[in-house]
Structures are given as C-alpha cells and as structure tokens.
Design a protein around this ligand. Structure first.
Ligand code: C2E
Ligand code: MG
Ligand code: MG
Ligand code: MG
Length: 290
C-alpha cells in the first residue's frame, strides 16, 4: 500500500502498531522466563465416540499460568513462534502428553492422544526426529498419536510439510486436519493428502439446528469424511441439540464443553472412573443413545 501511494512517501507505523510490537517483544522474553520457571501446563480434553460415549482419546492443550492468570494459547503461540520458543515449548508439551497417555495405556486403557502442531513446528530442522524421540522415550506407540494441523499447513508451501508428515505417518502416526472447512484445503486436495481424521470446525457445529446452511454443511462434511474413509470429529459441541443432530448424522466422534472441558490429567482419570457405565473408559453424556 505504501508503494501504491507513490514515491517520496514513508510508511509510518500507527502508534497502536508500535505498542503491539512492544507487547509482543515483552511477551517473547516473558515466555522464555515462563518456560524456565515451569509456568506451563498441559490440559487434556476428552474426545468421545458419539454412538457409545467411549472416550477414544484426548487432545493435549497447552496452558500458561502467568503468575496466577491464565493466558489463552491464541495470545502466546504467535509470539512464542516469533521468539523461537515454540519449538522447545511444543517439544515439552509433546513429551508431557505422551508420558501421561502412555501411563494410562499401561493401565490397559485403550486411549489415543492428539497434539497440535503449527507450520513452524513442522518446519523445524529436527521435527521428524523429535516426534520419533518422544514416542521412543515415553513408550507411546506411534498409532496412539495423532498430529493435528490446520489446513494451511498442508496446502501453503506444503511440499516439505507433507513429506515430513508422511514420514511420521509411515511410522504409524495419524494425521488430523484441524478446524476443517475454514482454511484453503480444497476438496481435491483431500484425496491426495496423507490424512486420517478431519475435525469439523466449531463454526459449523455452532449452527446445528439453528442455521439451515451450517447444518447442511456439517451433514455434508460428515458424509464426505465417511465416503473418503476418514474419521470425522465434530468440535465445539456445547448444546444437547448439537449432540443429537450429530448422532443422527452418524458423525463418529465429538468433542466440546458439553462432553467434557479441557482438564488436568488427574481429572480425566477421575471423570472416567466416576462415570463408569459397565465398560471402562466411558463418560456419561446427555441424551444417552439407547
Ligand atoms: P484447537 O486445536 O482447535 O483446540 C480446540 C480449542 O477449542 C481449545 O481452545 C479448546 O479449549 C476449545 N474448546 C473445546 N471445546 C469447546 C467448546 O465446546 N466451546 C468452545 N467455545 N471452545 C471449545 P484453547 O485451548 O484455547 O486452544 C486454542 C488453540 O490454540 C487450539 O485450537 C490450537 O490451535 C492452539 N493450541 C493449543 N494448545 C496447543 C499446543 O500445545 N501446541 C500448538 N501448536 N497449538 C496449541
Ligand atoms: Mg486441535
Ligand atoms: Mg480445532
Ligand atoms: Mg481451533
């Protein structure tokens, strides 16, 4: 835009942009301290099989307790990437999460783990080796781990990303497209990408039963996933009506505050224990199917 305005002009940053840059810098150095002082934690959000309420897995979600204030991941993941801290932080999250889930599995609980990765994490020099090392060190079998990436990661400048993710997939690791339907992944790509799971973005699920188009689109994604042999997970289930419609659509899996919130590892264990319904690993859902 500065160019369009012609020669002789200098692009000037607005004061709020400057403040923003300063804030990001400050956040960057604070993140370094936070990592050293162990202010980060991993929470786990259960994912269930909608037909049976069985907990098939958990999604690891990083938490930053800055002082005693939680900082949302959306606020610190960008700065963490810019300051190069996302690589050690992501590695820490992966190890913590693998260790926890490997422990559950050793207790003969058949449960999987999903971990989120950004494009920059995947582009890191030793990405493939570091994931393989985490599996090796914690004893989690590769087939119990799913990497969640957003559509952009697979489409924009995707050559190297896809190749790296394919190498992990060859080891048995699964791949999920997160926030499906909001990015650039055209349907044509879907058949060619090394993908196992699509996670329907909450913006579709939010409209279930309230918005005809969003309901139709959700139904179409569920069917598309099924026809392509992919596992579909609906994200952001908050209302019983959404759960009911997803079950009626035969959506295989779901996740959301109505099912269970993200929580500390110990709470996942007690939730599952106190909700035993004859079969281990089930949690009680509203509108339990007959
Ligand atoms: P995501 O991977 O799509 O994770 C789902 C987000 O939706 C989580 O937010 C979760 O707390 C929230 N959520 C789950 N169920 C519901 C619901 O029913 N309603 C609503 N309103 N929200 C729900 P969170 O933990 O704030 O994470 C936000 C994003 O930050 C994640 O989106 C993911 O992209 C990123 N993120 C979180 N942890 C990590 C991590 O360890 N590594 C990386 N690279 N990214 C992470
Ligand atoms: Mg995710
Ligand atoms: Mg998501
Ligand atoms: Mg998201």
């Amino acid at each position: 835009r500065a160019k369009e305005l012609g020669g002789g002009r200098v692009e000037v940053f607005a004061p709020h942009m400057h403040a923003d840059a300063v804030r990001r810098l400050e956040l960057g150095s604070d993140l370094q301290r936070a990592l050293a002082e162990e202010e980060f934690a991993v929470e786990f959000q259960p994912v269930v099989e909608l037909g049976t309420s069985r907990v098939t897995g958990v999604e690891a979600l990083v938490r930053w307790w800055r002082g005693s204030e939680p900082v949302p991941p959306e606020e610190f993941i960008g700065p963490a990437e810019e300051s190069g801290l996302m690589i050690p932080l992501g590695d820490w999250v992966l190890h913590e999460a693998c260790r926890e889930v490997a422990r559950w599995r050793a207790d003969s609980w058949d449960i999987g783990l999903s971990v989120n990765f950004t494009a920059r994490q995947i582009a890191a020099p030793r990405f493939v080796e570091s994931v393989a090392a985490a599996l090796e060190e914690t004893g989690l079998p590769p087939s119990a781990l799913t990497l969640e990436v957003r559509e952009e990661v697979l489409v924009e400048d995707a050559g190297q990303n896809v190749e790296r993710l394919s190498r992990l997939r060859d080891l048995g690791v699964r791949l999920a497209i997160d926030d499906f339907g909001t990015g650039y992944a055209s349907l044509a790509y879907l058949g060619q990408l090394p993908v196992d799971i699509i996670k329907i973005d909450p913006s579709f699920v939010a409209g279930l039963g309230r918005d005809e188009t969003l309901t139709l689109l959700t139904r179409t994604i569920v069917r598309l996933g099924r026809d392509l042999g992919l596992t579909v997970v609906a994200e952001g289930i908050e209302r019983p009506e959404q759960l009911e419609l997803l079950r009626e659509m035969d959506c295989p899996r779901g996740q959301g505050f109505l099912v269970a919130r993200p929580m500390a590892a110990g709470r996942v264990e007690s939730l599952v224990r106190t909700n035993l319904r004859g079969t281990p690993g089930r949690i009680e859902l509203p509108l339990e199917g007959s």
